[in-house]
Every structure is written in structure tokens, then in C-alpha cells.
Design a protein around this ligand. Structure first.
Ligand SMILES: *[C@@H]1O[C@H](CO)[C@@H](O)[C@H](O)[C@H]1NC(C)=O
Ligand SMILES: *[C@@H]1O[C@H](CO)[C@@H](O)[C@H](O)[C@H]1NC(C)=O
Ligand SMILES: *[C@@H]1O[C@H](CO)[C@@H](O)[C@H](O)[C@H]1NC(C)=O
Ligand SMILES: *[C@@H]1O[C@H](CO)[C@@H](O)[C@H](O)[C@H]1NC(C)=O
Ligand SMILES: *[C@@H]1O[C@H](CO)[C@@H](O)[C@H](O)[C@H]1NC(C)=O
Ligand SMILES: *[C@@H]1O[C@H](CO)[C@@H](O)[C@H](O)[C@H]1NC(C)=O
Ligand SMILES: *[C@@H]1O[C@H](CO)[C@@H](O)[C@H](O)[C@H]1NC(C)=O
Ligand SMILES: *[C@@H]1O[C@H](CO)[C@@H](O)[C@H](O)[C@H]1NC(C)=O
Ligand SMILES: *[C@@H]1O[C@H](CO)[C@@H](O)[C@H](O)[C@H]1NC(C)=O
Ligand SMILES: *[C@@H]1O[C@H](CO)[C@@H](O)[C@H](O)[C@H]1NC(C)=O
Ligand SMILES: *[C@@H]1O[C@H](CO)[C@@H](O)[C@H](O)[C@H]1NC(C)=O
Length: 800
């Protein structure tokens, strides 16, 4: 059996490496924190931000934090319009501390902000473990609580760190939280009008961690006279799987808006509570992303076209992989309105097993909303429903089928980033095609912009939001304004959905594949497509293919440099993106990596001990491949001359260059070069390891035949989850581009060098290619410096 496990492991690994080669998770650009594009709100009094509310009608962003609500200008969140404090009273705080809670938690954490109308908000806070909700009145530049806070148990958590969800619909407040001080009694409650709640049974809710809640107006022009539904998303402990450990599952539950509870059975309890497993997995790799982190509803005018996007992670195994799955309304409806139910059966004394229910199902369908069919029987409200229907739904809240994602696989997989929040925008490109652009907040304060086209995952960029690596706590999109609002615990930032002007070259603009951006041939700049109202004929965009063939080539200024014989010359060059590699040309022919004369690294090139032979033209080319096409652009050009003392102009140039050398001091640049060199060495070692791995894989293939034979003969069965392999399996992604994968947190934030074979015509030239931080300021590309000859000895030892 032990050997079988090893074989399974190897086979799985082999499959993953195959998969990995088609998954490209590397964000094309890495944009480090810059104050220019981002507006920040960070002020005294603002802490523990937990909720953001965008009000486009009043041009206000409401922010809920600890003990306070802020109203900010939606167009410039750095401008505070008003604030209102709401502290827990002294007695409440004392009582809270006496009950054994931490002083810092015995404050009023504002967790919910809901809009009632343009002049009224509904605000809920933990109020020192004594949850309270109040109305907030908005005057023009003044917000104030009505001071009519009521006990709001079941509406808002007691515990500030507990997960919760809520939605406000037509004067009714739906909340999913915990109903008691200890946080042991989960509840999905409707309050304010027609209060109805969940049964307190583990078959309904089993240690849930709520994520989100959304209303879908399914009654709109519905031929069946169906009702609106509220969908609740959470992770809970599974009852339906046998496992030696607590197994978590993601759930989608739904209730009908018109549900009033039953008459005798399920009095003031939901008669329409049904739930199903929300599946997000890569079936062939046995990767089950069973923990849901966040969900976003991409609303469409026709509710049937709306799509849910969810972020998932794993309970065990590859904790470093985040997945995004998308769910259609059709799939969800199918499961709830047509699927089988699961039911408990008692086996071996008192042990309960949940299996598909094959018995008779009463009519009308248990858990269905009151629709035309029910009304035809005279069931006008849920309280009219017959007892046997209510009994059935009380005992069978779980559906047998799971809700599967669109395409039966994730739309995005990312290793090395923990996604915490998602919003999605549907954008129409120049080709009239719509693209669902995902914005994902990470646990280390980055925002990823990604899309999936025809199964291909693409991350346009990763952008650093905060100076310190704080988790993204809340994320809101204003599609109308083209703005994103992101909150961490301590601050809120605002940024546009796209900063097209960051792309200086046509090639870069097109290769970015950003659906928001297009290259304007008339103004010669990368522009926001939404802003281009007039003639669109001169615009170029290629989201599907990243095909930059129609870009005109650009001429670069050639920078002259003089060198002193015997010195080391350092020429800088940064590739256009993380997906690009760099090639150097000397007098028109590619430089050989093997040549010990040169050190090619991701920030440029170092020429050791220059002689007259090295005088000439150096061009740095950034090469990027999309869909099999290769695009290259010269990002820097240098002309190197030997110093001649008589030439006045050249002397000036030399002193200029020497001045630039001062900026990159010899002392600091040489150690970094050495570091680069060491990295390159370790990459070589990794190559050797890869060869060994491939050898192992060959054996694995052999064993796999054996294994398949075993399965075929029925000696073995495939368990649902393989914990031990899950934790060791490697390379879900990033492996596709070995040159870009590095150890540790990010795939690309740090960079590395590797040897690659780039074919040129019919010959294959081995050369060194590089990836780097991808931040492309033209200045960085065009500066050059000399390193003193003192460093050459050590470097020569390493590379000689
Ligand atoms: C609130 O923020 C402070 C730091 O700003 C942190 O120490 C504390 O744990 C936070 N409270 C909660 C309940 O998260
Ligand atoms: C945004 O508001 C801040 C604070 O009032 C102000 O300093 C800044 O100039 C404003 N920015 C813009 C672009 O209006
Ligand atoms: C907004 O809602 C509040 C509370 O329900 C109500 O008192 C107020 O009249 C409403 N205002 C408007 C303008 O509808
Ligand atoms: C804000 O409104 C409250 C209640 O209506 C009032 O007491 C307070 O004076 C107002 N503040 C300002 C600055 O207008
Ligand atoms: C349901 O509504 C119909 C039409 O309004 C009415 O005839 C019928 O009596 C109602 N049934 C119940 C149980 O109230
Ligand atoms: C992501 O989460 C996992 C598990 O909690 C943790 O081990 C890992 O360090 C996190 N990675 C980042 C980049 O935050
Ligand atoms: C788009 O157009 C608006 C209004 O003309 C302008 O204020 C804004 O700066 C433009 N945005 C970009 C990115 O060009
Ligand atoms: C530099 O090149 C010259 C001439 O080729 C050679 O004599 C000298 O030893 C070299 N210096 C170093 C440090 O390699
Ligand atoms: C490179 O080109 C320059 C300028 O044409 C020329 O002076 C130099 O000799 C060339 N070097 C080599 C090695 O071909
Ligand atoms: C060289 O620099 C000096 C002083 O900076 C200046 O006067 C002179 O014109 C420059 N020569 C050339 C050829 O640019
Ligand atoms: C070199 O830099 C110094 C200080 O920044 C400056 O005063 C000097 O004019 C520069 N020389 C040239 C030739 O640019």
C-alpha cells in the first residue's frame, strides 16, 4: 500500500506538471506602491475598517470602522465630508470586560452599513458584545445617528472578528450571523418586518462561517410566478462526508423573499431553506477548493444572465493556491428546483449517514417558493403549505447535487497569493465582445486584475495598494465612475479600474490585453476606451490574442557612452513586463550567454574589462510571446566608444555618465551583482534537480500502468480526498514559465535568471533570458553606469 501511495503521488505530480504547463498565473506587470495613482484616506480616528458602502446617488463613500462612521467624497476619498462617532457606553464596556473579554474588543465595531434611501442608512455595531442597530440620517454635509439603537441580537455578531453577512431588501433586514454571546448559535434571520429564522439544527447550519448574501430578483417577468430569492454563501462542517477529521464544505443556501414560515410546523422558521455544496475543483488533479472566502454577484439586467464569482482556498494541502470559480443562475436553479434531496439514514446503531433520498417527495416541491403551481392548489403563502411538505423540508435541507462552476473548473488559479476579496466588472472591448474583469484583493495588500478568455487565464497586473502589507478587508467597485475602493484595517484607498497611461509604448498597451485600454494611433498614447466617444477607427486593442502586429515600431534614442579601457561597463535595461525576456544585441547580433566577457542579468548587462573589441552598438530587446506570436521591442540602445581625451563633446558625455554612476554606487551595485550571480548558480542546480525529477517521472509512468491495471482489476478504489498527497503536490501553476517562478511569497515579485533556448530562424541559440519586476520607467531603461575595476576580480572568479 505504501508503494501505491508513492506511485499515486508521482502520477499526480506528473499530471500536475502537465497541467501547470498550460496555467500561466504570472501577473504581466507588477506595479509597486505609488502615491500618484492612488488616493488614500487614513486619519486619526479611523481604525478596524470593516465595511464600505458606495452611494453613487449622493456621491458618497461611507466607511464603517471602530466606534465611527465616515462619509467621504466618492470622487476624492481623501476629502472627508462628515464623521459620526458611536461608542459603546461605559457600563457596556465594563460589563463586557467583566464577562472576560479583551478591552480592545469591548468597543463598538461598526460591521454593517446599509442604504435604506438617499437620506437614511441602517447601521449595526458589535457595541461591546451587545449588538445594536440604529438609523443614520444624512444631511448635506452632516451624518447623525438617530440614537434609537435597539437590541440587535441575530442581526449583528457579538464578536468583531466573526464572519457575517447581511442584505437590506425593501425594508426588511436579512442577516447571517451568530445569535449568542459565545457565538455557538448560528442564525439566518429576517428582521424588521415578518421575522423568520433558521431552525437551530446541525443539518441546517453546522458551525458555519458566513461569507456573503445576495438578493436575486427572480420574480421579474417570471412565467412561473416565482419569488425573489436570497442566496447565502458560507463554509460549514460537512455532515454528508465520512472523514476522520472535520471536513469543511462551501455552501450555497437560498430562501424565498415571500417566505412567512409555517402555520403549525416551522412557525416563524424558513419553509424554503435549501442548501447545496458549492463545488470548485480541478477534478483531474484532485484539487478541491472547499473553503469559500468571498463571493461577488455580477448583476445583469436579465437576472438569468447574472453570474456569481467566488474565491476559494483549500483546507489542507496546497494552502498557497487561490482559485476563482464562476456560477451561472441556470446551474444554481437546476440543483434547487430539479435536483434530488439528501436524507439521513441511521446505520449501525445511532450513526447517521446522509445519502440521496429515494422515497416519495410530497407536492408542491418542498423548499420551492410559492409560485403559480402552488397557487393553483390554493397555497397562497408559505403558511398554507401542508404539514407533510413542511416536515420534509425541515428534515431535508440539503440537496444531493452540488452546484458546479461554469466550465467545471476554476476561471483563475493563482499560486503564492491569498485572495481575500473579489469584484467583477463586465467590460465591452473594441471588438464588441464582453469581458468579465476580476479584481482580486490579496492578504498582502495587492490588487490583481485578471480575466479568463476561452479557458485561458490572464493576470493583467498586480498592484500594490498600501505601503505596508495589510490584507484587503473590503473591496467595492463603482462601474459608473470606473473606480475601485479598497479598505484595509487602517485605511481606505481609491484607484481607477485602469491606468492606461502607464503603457508608454503601443506594444506594451496591446500586450497588456487590458479590456479597458486601447492604443490611439492619432494621439500616440494608450487611452481609456470608455473615454473615446468619437471615431474609434484609429484605435488598436487585442484582448483575446494580445496581437501587437499593427503597432508601428518605435525608434529609441541611442545613448552615447565612453569607457576607459580595462573598466567594467554596466548598461541598464528593464524588460517591458514579467512575461518578457531580454535579449542583447551587439552590432546587430545576439550576445552569447556563455561568453564570460558579459554578465547578463535582469537589470541589464555588465561588460567586464572592456577592450576596443567591445566598442560598438548595444541594443536591449524585450521579447514577449502571446498565442505563439513573438513581439519584440528595443527598450534601450547604447553606443559605446573608447575615451579620447581630445574630443570635447565626449568628455562632457563621460562626466555625465560618471555622474550617473554616482547614483548607482559601485559599492552597492557589485554586491547585488554577486547576489544575482549566486542566484544564477542556484538556478543551474535546480536544472539538475529537474532532470532527476523527470527521470523519476519516467519511472512513475511505468508504475502508473501498474496502477491503472490495479484499478482496472478493482483491487483499489479512488478515495474522495487524498490528504497526504495534497500536502506535497507541487506546481499548480507558475511552472509553465520556469524562468519566472521563484521561491517564497510571489511568483514574480522577486526575479530570477534562467537559461532558455530561443530559436531564431532555423537555428537554436542558447542564451540567458531574464524576468524582472516589470516596472518600466523609461529613465531606468536608459541610464547606464560604470562599475569600477575593483569589482572585476571577484566577478571574474565567479564567471571566468
Ligand atoms: C483593531 O485594530 C487594531 C490595530 O489597529 C488591532 O490590534 C486589533 O486587533 C483590531 N481589532 C479587531 C477586533 O480586529
Ligand atoms: C482630494 O482631496 C484632498 C483633501 O481635501 C486634497 O488635498 C486633494 O487636492 C484632492 N485631490 C484632487 C485631485 O482633487
Ligand atoms: C427614508 O427612510 C426613512 C426610514 O424608513 C423614512 O423615515 C424617510 O421618510 C425616507 N426618506 C425618503 C426621502 O424616502
Ligand atoms: C448635524 O445634525 C445633528 C442632528 O440633526 C445636529 O445636532 C448637528 O448640530 C448637526 N451638525 C452640523 C455640523 O450641522
Ligand atoms: C388563495 O387565493 C385565492 C384567490 O385569491 C382564493 O380563492 C383562495 O381561497 C386562497 N386560498 C387560501 C388558502 O387562502
Ligand atoms: C497564504 O495562506 C497560507 C495559509 O494560511 C499561508 O501559509 C501563506 O503564508 C499565505 N501566503 C501569503 C502570501 O500571504
Ligand atoms: C476621461 O474623460 C474625462 C472627461 O473628459 C476626464 O476627466 C478623464 O481624465 C479622462 N480619463 C482618462 C484616463 O483619460
Ligand atoms: C583585462 O584585459 C587585459 C587585456 O586583455 C588583460 O591583460 C588583463 O589581465 C585583464 N584584466 C582582468 C582583470 O581580467
Ligand atoms: C561594431 O560597430 C562599430 C561601429 O560600426 C565598429 O566600429 C566596431 O568595429 C564594430 N565591432 C565589432 C566587434 O564588429
Ligand atoms: C562641454 O561642457 C562645457 C561645460 O559644461 C560646455 O561649455 C561645452 O560647450 C560642452 N561641449 C560640448 C561639445 O557640448
Ligand atoms: C555632475 O554632478 C554635479 C552635482 O550634481 C553637477 O554640479 C555637475 O554639473 C555635473 N556635471 C556634469 C558634466 O553634468
Amino acid at each position: 500500500m505504501g508503494r501505491t501511495a508513492v506511485v499515486i503521488y508521482l502520477v499526480l505530480q506528473l499530471m500536475q506538471e502537465t497541467e501547470a504547463s498550460v496555467v500561466n498565473c504570472i501577473p504581466r506587470k507588477t506595479v509597486k506602491y505609488q502615491t500618484g495613482n492612488i488616493k488614500t484616506f487614513m486619519k486619526q480616528g479611523l481604525s478596524n475598517v470593516s465595511t464600505l458602502l458606495v452611494s453613487e446617488e449622493t456621491d458618497t463613500l461611507f466607511v464603517g470602522g471602530r466606534d465611527a462612521v465616515f462619509a467621504l467624497d466618492l470622487n476624492n476619498i481623501s476629502r472627508e465630508i462628515a464623521r459620526e462617532y458611536w461608542f459603546a457606553t461605559q457600563e457596556r464596556q465594563l460589563e463586557c470586560i467583566q464577562r472576560g473579554k479583551d478591552k480592545i474588543r469591548c468597543q463598538n465595531y461598526i460591521l454593517f452599513l446599509h442604504k435604506i434611501n438617499d437620506s437614511n442608512l441602517y447601521v449595526c455595531g458589535t457595541n461591546a458584545y451587545h449588538p445594536a442597530c440604529d438609523h443614520m440620517v444624512i444631511h448635506r454635509t452632516n451624518i447623525s445617528l438617530q440614537g434609537k439603537a435597539e437590541d440587535s441580537r441575530g442581526k449583528c455578531p457579538f464578536e468583531p472578528t466573526l464572519k457575517y453577512a447581511s442584505v437590506f431588501v425593501d425594508g426588511e433586514f436579512y442577516s447571517a450571523t451568530s445569535n449568542n454571546f459565545l457565538g455557538t448559535e448560528p442564525i439566518i434571520l429576517r428582521s424588521m418586518r415578518n421575522p423568520v429564522r433558521t431552525e437551530f439544527k446541525t443539518s441546517w447550519l453546522n458551525e458555519p462561517s458566513f461569507v456573503n448574501m445576495e438578493i436575486v430578483q427572480e420574480s421579474e417577468s417570471n412565467p412561473n410566478g416565482d419569488d425573489d430569492k436570497i442566496y447565502v454563501f458560507f463554509t460549514e462542517t460537512a455532515v454528508e462526508f465520512e472523514f476522520y477529521d472535520k471536513l469543511l464544505v462551501s455552501r450555497i443556501a437560498r430562501i424565498c423573499k415571500g417566505d412567512l414560515g409555517g402555520k403549525r410546523i416551522l412557525q416563524r422558521r424558513w419553509t424554503s431553506f435549501l442548501k447545496s455544496r458549492l463545488s470548485c475543483s480541478i477534478p483531474e488533479l484532485h484539487f478541491h477548493f472547499n473553503i469559500i472566502q468571498d463571493i461577488f454577484l455580477l448583476r445583469r439586467t436579465d437576472w438569468q444572465d447574472s453570474v456569481f464569482y467566488g474565491i476559494f482556498s483549500q483546507q489542507w494541502g496546497r494552502l498557497d493556491i487561490s482559485a476563482v470559480c464562476a456560477y451561472s443562475m441556470k446551474n444554481i436553479q437546476e440543483v434547487f428546483s430539479k435536483g434530488n434531496y439528501k436524507g439521513p439514514v441511521t446505520v449501525e446503531h445511532s450513526h447517521v449517514k446522509w445519502v440521496v433520498y429515494r422515497g416519495e417527495v410530497p407536492v408542491p416541491r418542498p423548499g420551492a417558493c410559492i409560485d403559480n403551481f402552488a397557487r393553483s392548489f390554493g397555497y397562497n403563502t408559505s403558511s398554507d403549505l401542508p404539514d407533510k411538505v413542511l416536515q420534509f423540508v425541515r428534515d431535508h435541507p440539503l440537496m444531493d447535487n452540488s452546484v458546479n462552476p461554469i466550465g467545471n473548473r476554476p476561471v483563475l488559479l493563482k499560486r503564492g497569493s491569498n485572495y481575500t476579496r473579489i469584484v467583477v466588472d463586465r467590460v465591452t472591448g473594441l471588438d464588441k465582445q464582453t469581458y468579465d474583469v476580476m479584481f482580486l484583493g490579496t492578504a498582502d495588500g495587492y490588487l490583481h486584475k485578471a480575466f479568463n478568455w476561452d479557458g485561458e487565464m490572464f493576470i493583467v497586473e498586480e498592484l500594490q495598494l498600501f505601503l505596508s502589507p495589510e490584507p484587503v478587508q473590503s473591496l467595492q467597485l463603482s462601474s459608473k465612475k470606473g473606480m475601485l475602493y479598497v479598505g484595509s484595517q487602517s485605511q481606505v484607498v481609491q484607484l481607477p479600474v485602469s491606468e492606461c497611461r502607464q503603457y508608454k509604448y503601443c506594444l506594451d498597451c496591446i500586450l497588456a490585453r487590458d479590456p479597458y485600454c486601447a492604443w490611439s494611433q492619432s494621439s500616440n498614447e494608450c487611452v481609456l476606451l470608455a473615454n473615446q466617444t468619437g471615431d474609434r477607427k484609429n484605435l488598436i486593442q487585442s484582448v483575446k490574442y494580445g496581437d501587437a502586429s499593427s503597432c508601428l515600431s518605435v525608434e529609441n534614442n541611442v545613448r552615447k557612452f565612453l569607457f576607459t579601457l580595462g573598466n567594467n561597463v554596466h548598461l541598464k535595461c528593464v524588460p517591458l513586463s514579467n512575461l518578457a525576456s531580454v535579449v542583447w544585441k551587439f552590432n546587430g547580433s545576439r550576445l552569447q550567454a556563455e561568453d564570460s566577457k558579459y554578465l547578463l542579468y535582469d537589470g541589464g548587462i555588465v561588460i567586464f574589462n572592456v577592450t576596443m573589441d567591445e566598442a560598438g552598438f548595444y541594443d536591449c530587446l524585450s521579447i514577449e510571446k502571446t498565442k505563439g506570436k513573438e513581439f519584440l521591442i528595443t527598450v534601450a540602445s547604447y553606443a559605446l566608444y573608447a575615451r579620447q581625451k581630445t574630443d570635447n563633446a565626449n568628455v562632457n558625455a563621460t562626466t555625465n555618465a560618471l555622474n550617473e554612476t554616482a547614483a548607482v554606487s559601485v559599492k552597492s551595485s557589485v554586491p547585488t551583482l554577486l547576489k544575482e550571480a549566486a542566484k544564477q548558480k542556484s538556478m543551474d542546480n535546480q536544472k539538475e534537480k529537474l532532470v532527476l525529477k523527470l527521470l523519476a517521472a519516467g519511472f512513475a509512468l511505468l508504475f502508473s500502468f501498474l496502477l491503472v491495471w490495479n484499478f482496472y482489476k478493482g483491487h483499489l478504489s479512488v478515495p474522495w480526498k487524498r490528504r497526504e498527497t495534497g500536502s506535497r503536490t507541487a506546481n499548480a501553476d507558475c511552472l509553465g514559465s520556469p524562468g519566472l517562478a521563484t521561491e517564497g511569497s510571489g511568483c514574480v515579485r522577486k526575479s530570477s535568471a534562467t537559461r532558455a533556448n530561443l530559436s531564431s530562424g532555423n537555428e537554436s541559440i542558447p542564451l540567458v533570458s531574464f524576468s524582472s519586476e516589470g516596472k518600466c520607467s523609461p529613465d531606468a531603461q536608459h541610464s547606464a553606469s560604470f562599475t569600477g575595476s575593483s569589482g572585476s576580480l571577484q566577478l571574474a572568479e565567479l564567471f571566468g
